[in-house]
Design a protein around this ligand. Structure first.
Ligand code: S1T
Ligand code: MG
Length: 548
């Protein structure tokens, strides 16, 4: 076995099912070994941001590690924004970067792609990763690889491996599996007991689930926990799509003033709000009508549990969920818990009712049309960019979702959709603004080669509309009307330009029925139109930020 092979085996053993990448001379030996060994399939894309977003979405959608392989300097540094997003949103993304060989570093010449020093790149990635190693010694490599990859999984954050170009074919031993350290059993027990006592004492407990539940593969166990607790469940903004298929009293997504006001009131008035793996950020909480006093909540996040003024460090979410389940009877005895009987939200068809007509299109029509499609043909996963498309996704019922809801980088949607389909085999619906499509939409040209045929809905409002909502008089938010539908054929897909509800419904039906080629629906939106959720969000932000 050589170093590249033991690395690839170790990635595979930790859930990776493919490598996304773009080679370069410092990475050619690594790519050669990836292709030759055929341990994991390699999917090359056009631009490193796309590589990073695809690998990120692959990890989010299937669990386990995502892998992005790039060359030193221009390639790796082009990937930084995607790695930053993965760090912020808790994705175990592994960066494999080629690098100069040790003997080259001693040549006295500046090497191409070098920035300030040969270590500049290492320092940049140090800020964005939880562990890293330079694999310049085949003896030490197995232990380094194990440590770094296991850190990515344990902490659900990115890591960085630098592979000098003389290393990939060097003989190397297999990478060991390391067992995750167990939490202190007494601390875990005390934490679980206190948590349940607080919930039992609450008159209005609510469980809010966030991204960690997905990242640590806990959806089923948390659904069981919700059933046993019998308290209402909501998702955070970032957690939208979680428990979509589970049989739990799921009320919907908490969006503060931007969302369902009854649901928001339940969350804000809860005296036992359990935040299970929720990123406590402004996108999740800034637009609350009544500021949630976070000291009164129970926060399970990033390996620790905080409630009131007590903090239990070193309690991973998975261990906590197991400890809670062990303490709760499979069926809660009547009266043991303040069971608020809440019917689970079911797709009501309420958002699907828009009759096909010739009226101008708004974002809400896209949600209605997608809901109608999913109701008829069954659920499909969504990959969304940032922009009004993500707010529109909040009105699409019961579909799994990958989106950069907190870090909010544009350019995520299209490559994420490819990553999702490669990793799970499921055909996605991609929601993307025209501005974001201009950044990374061209990755669709790689769809056929990657075996992908997503349905892409471009919210074409000729504008950076979300920015216009905050800066209505500026002219710099105008983008002009690009004909994205016409570009699809040149990239190997089919384009459909639609301007009415009737066109949209027909194009979606055709797109759904056509497999094997990506389907781009270029939705010509009336300028100035916002989804109802974004309109409420903007109003709330303006109101809350206005001087008192
Ligand atoms: N650059 C990148 C990489 N990410 C960003 N989020 C931004 C800039 C700032 C930004 C937004 S929203 C937005 C920009 C430029 C406009 C998006 O335009 P488009 O994709 O057409 O969607 P829509 O017209 O629906 O707004 C954020 C959130 O800061
Ligand atoms: Mg736009």
């Amino acid at each position: 076995m050589n170093l590249a092979e033991s690395l690839l085996q170790a990635l595979k053993a930790r859930g990776a099912t493919e490598v996304f990448g773009i080679p370069g001379d410092f990475a050619l030996p690594l790519f050669r070994e990836i292709e030759r060994s055929a341990l994991l399939p390699l999917f090359t894309l056009s631009h490193e941001p796309g590589v990073g977003f695809a690998a990120d979405a692959a990890a989010r959608a299937r669990g386990g590690l995502g892998v992005a392989a790039v060359t030193y300097g221009a390639g790796a540094i082009n990937l930084l924004n995607a790695v930053a997003g993965a760090y912020a949103e808790r994705v175990p993304l592994v960066v494999l970067s080629g690098a100069p060989a040790s003997h080259e570093a001693g040549s006295g010449l500046l090497l191409h792609h070098q920035v300030k020093t040969l270590d500049s790149q290492w320092h940049l990635f140090a800020e964005l990763t939880v562990d890293r190693a330079r694999l310049d010694d085949p003896q030490r490599a197995p232990e380094q690889i194990a440590r770094v990859l296991d850190a990515a999984l344990a902490r659900s954050r990115p890591v960085y491996l630098e592979i000098p170009r003389d290393m990939p074919a060097r003989p190397c031993a297999a990478v060991p599996m390391t067992a995750a350290p167990l939490p202190d059993p007494e601390r875990l027990a005390a934490c679980a007991d206190e948590l349940l006592a607080r919930l039992a004492a609450a008159a209005r407990p609510v469980l809010m689930v966030g991204v960690e539940v997905r990242r640590y593969g806990l959806e089923e166990r948390v659904a069981e926990l919700a059933r046993r607790l019998g308290c209402p469940v909501v998702t955070s903004f970032m957690g939208r799509g979680l428990l979509a298929q589970a049989d739990v009293p799921l009320l919907g997504t908490y969006l503060g003033l931007a969302g369902d006001l009854d649901l928001s009131a339940r969350v804000e008035q809860s005296d036992g709000l359990l935040l299970m793996g929720v990123i406590v950020s402004d996108t999740n909480f800034a637009v609350s009508a009544k500021r949630i006093d976070l000291r009164q909540t129970i926060k399970v996040y990033d390996g620790s549990v905080a409630m009131g003024h007590h903090v239990y460090p070193g309690v991973p979410i998975a261990a906590l969920v197991d400890a809670l389940l062990a303490r709760l009877p499979a069926t809660a005895p009547a009266g043991a818990w303040p069971r608020t009987s809440m019917p689970a939200a079911t797709p009501t068809g309420e958002n699907t009712a828009a009759p096909a007509s010739s009226a101008a299109l708004g974002p809400a029509d896209i949600a209605a049309a997608v809901n109608a499609l999913l109701l008829e043909h069954g659920s499909m996963p969504l990959a969304s960019d940032i922009g009004d498309c993500l707010f529109t996704a909040m009105d699409i019922d019961h579909a799994a979702l990958v989106a950069p809801g907190y870090y909010a980088t544009m350019g995520y949607g299209v490559p994420a959709g490819l990553g999702l389909q490669v990793a799970t085999g499921q055909r996605p619906i991609i929601l993307v603004g025209d501005g974001a499509f201009q950044m990374t939409g061209w990755e669709l040209g790689n769809a056929a080669r990657c075996g992908c045929d997503p349905i892409v809905l471009v919210f074409n409002n000729a504008s950076w509309e979300m920015l216009r909502a905050f800066e209505p008089t500026a002219r710099f938010n105008d983008l002009g009307r690009w004909d994205f539908a016409a570009m699809a054929a040149g990239m190997g897909g089919d384009g459909h330009a639609v301007a009415t509800r009737a066109d949209l419904a027909a194009a979606l039906a055709t797109a759904h029925a056509t497999r094997g080629r990506f389907q781009l629906i270029d939705v010509r939106l009336a300028p100035g139109g916002l989804s109802p959720t974004l309109a409420r969000y903007v109003q709330a932000v303006k109101r809350l930020s206005a001087p008192a």
